[in-house]
Design a protein around this ligand. Structure first.
Ligand code: ZN
Length: 115
């Protein structure tokens, strides 16, 4: 039902932590605690905490919340992108309308002169 569950903290005692640079969720063997590893996502060196303290107290709830927060963030980014795109489009249409209005005035003036 929930594929995230098994990744939180398995029997091998893996540590779940976040990259200090890109905040990606990373899982390493507990033996790597206190070491500096290169992030699998951004490649920068990041410190592996001694214990995944917060994950240990309420692992499932925490990952769920983190996952929901991440979903929320990516959705917000998506919507913000749409709004930005449409704002630009709206601006273009306004400029186009303005140009057409100016052209209309010109044409009406020419019409007045010729009649
Ligand atoms: Zn990273």
């Amino acid at each position: 039902m929930n594929p995230v569950r098994s990744q939180t903290r398995n029997e091998a005692g893996d540590l779940l932590f976040k990259c200090q640079h890109c905040a990606s969720s990373l899982v390493v063997n507990a033996a790597a605690a206190g070491m500096t590893l290169n992030c699998q996502r951004c490649g920068k060196p990041t410190l592996v905490p001694m214990v995944s303290a917060s994950a240990a107290s309420a692992p499932q709830e925490l990952t769920d919340l983190q996952r929901k927060l991440k979903e929320n963030e990516s959705q917000r980014t998506e919507i913000t992108g749409y709004i930005n795109q449409l704002s630009i489009q709206l601006h273009r249409w306004k400029l186009r309308l303005q140009t057409l209005n100016e052209r209309k005035t010109e044409l009406e003036e020419e019409l007045r002169k010729t009649t």
